[in-house]
Design a protein around this ligand. Structure first.
Ligand SMILES: [Zn+2]
Length: 449
């Protein structure tokens, strides 16, 4: 393919030139077909270094509770839902004014599962608990208990949700997602789904325990676009759920410091097995005590990744020099209320200080953590600019950097020899106003407005 007269993004500016694509790559020359794009803009596809494609599909395919701001509205939405099992996602105390009212949802006889925005907490009614076989007096399930809920209340058609999720990323010019999807589906189901992926995927598989990881032997490239080469585990929960693991008690608590999901030596077991299997370990760690656990392991296991790293003790930084970070600049703005309310005043650590990490030379890359936050790179870049990143830096951290931390050095730029993952815009995308009109992965058109 030959693209004529487009404005091509290179190193922070647009340059007018012709572009050649041969097979899957940008090349020095090639034969037709010709695509005439006078005045159009071409950007490398964005790389979201941590998100959940299937979860994004759920956000749009299930009841979206993001904007529901009263218990009455919540009850109405549920009452009018025709699904046999009602699943909702996205509520938060900030918007709803509290947890979903358990007495209210108990008035409905169908199973109901309402996940909080963070995905780490859910409220179930009695009919749902009957299926799960675990009873909580307030219907609130957290962390590991939630895994059991997802296991018992699996989706019947996960393919449909994954495709919906892909569309949401593609329409915003994201061509590569480091996705974490092994929740509520079996590996066999997920494998079938991933085989048909249109978007590029670096899949991070969740394992609840190291024994399961030892037995798993299907890592590798599933297709030309789908790379199953990551493992995802959790060191703690979230600040919103008051389950992030802190080094000091939460404000107003005498002892409670959050949830430590894994002992440090268990994290080390994961790191060791990942090394043997030549896959990358990604650990979710938000609280400074969780980050500390990961840092003590990672000093001996370079090339692995920490996800979130919202609260970081300065003393742990030297241990993380050879690690990667998937961070979310927008959380610093979304969490402002939580930062005041949940982080103890005397906790002297880096708080959402991603610019500082970047300036110190740490290998960070941007990500949305969608469906927790919007899938849209414009949203994240806007917040990164407010945080003090330059636009050029933000683009780099949302393209090449994301590719590199997954081990790819020929993704993320429009450059000869690179994989042809790109998006076409009618107007200058750097104004952060427009989404693309067409999106290509490996030189193939996968999305069109
Ligand atoms: Zn996540």
């Amino acid at each position: 393919m030959v693209i004529k007269n487009a404005l091509i993004y290179q190193n922070g500016e647009f340059i007018k030139k012709d572009l050649y694509i041969q097979e899957k790559f940008f090349a020095l020359n090639s034969s037709g077909p010709f695509l005439h794009l006078s005045g159009m803009y071409l950007m490398p596809g964005f790389v979201d270094s941590h998100a959940h494609v299937l979860g994004v599909g759920h956000k749009y395919g299930y009841l979206n509770l993001e904007h529901i701001d009263s218990q009455e509205k919540l009850f109405d939405v549920i009452k009018n839902c025709n699904d046999t099992i009602i699943k909702g996602r996205g509520w938060s105390e900030q918007v709803l004014g509290g947890y979903p009212d358990w007495k209210l949802i108990n008035q409905i006889n169908k199973p109901i599962v309402l996940k909080r925005r963070c995905g780490h907490v859910a409220v179930l009614n009695k009919a749902a608990m009957d299926i799960v076989g675990i009873y909580k007096p307030d219907g609130v399930f957290k962390e590991k208990e939630l895994d059991m809920v997802e296991d018992k209340l699996k989706d019947e058609n996960p393919e449909k949700f994954f495709a919906m999720g892909e569309d949401q990323f593609l329409k915003h010019g994201v061509t590569f997602v480091h996705s974490d999807d092994l929740h509520g589906v079996s590996w066999e189901q997920l494998k079938k789904i991933l085989m048909k992926a249109r978007i590029r995927i670096f899949e991070k598989l969740y394992f609840a325990n190291v024994e399961d990881l030892v037995e798993f032997d299907e890592f590798g490239d599933l297709t030309e676009k789908v790379h199953v080469k990551g493992v995802k585990i959790f060191a703690d929960g979230s600040l919103g759920g008051k389950t992030a693991y802190l080094s000091v008690p939460y404000p107003g608590e005498e002892q409670y410091r959050g949830i430590r999901v894994l002992e440090t030596d268990k994290i080390e077991d994961f790191a060791r097995i990942c090394g043997e299997k030549k896959v990358q370990l990604s650990v979710h760690a938000i609280g400074d005590a969780a980050v500390h656990q990961v840092a003590t392991v990672y000093q001996r296991y370079p090339g692995n990744r920490i996800i979130h790293a919202q609260l970081v003790n300065r003393d742990d930084l030297p241990l993380l020099k050879e690690s990667y970070f998937s961070i979310q600049p927008h959380f610093a703005f979304e969490d402002q209320e939580l930062i005041v309310k949940r982080i103890p005043k005397d906790l002297d650590v880096l708080k959402y200080d991603f610019l500082n990490l970047f300036k110190q030379g740490f290998k960070i890359s941007f990500s949305t953590d969608a469906p927790v936050s919007p899938e849209d790179p414009k949203y994240v870049i806007e917040k990164a600019l407010r945080m003090g990143f330059s636009l050029k830096e933000a683009i780099e951290l949302y393209t090449v950097s994301g590719a590199r931390i997954a081990g790819f050095d020929i993704i993320g730029e429009i450059k000869e020899g690179y994989l042809a993952d790109f998006a076409i815009y009618e107007r200058n995308p750097l104004k952060l106003e427009d989404d693309p009109v067409a999106v290509y992965v490996s030189g193939e058109l996968v999305w069109e407005r």
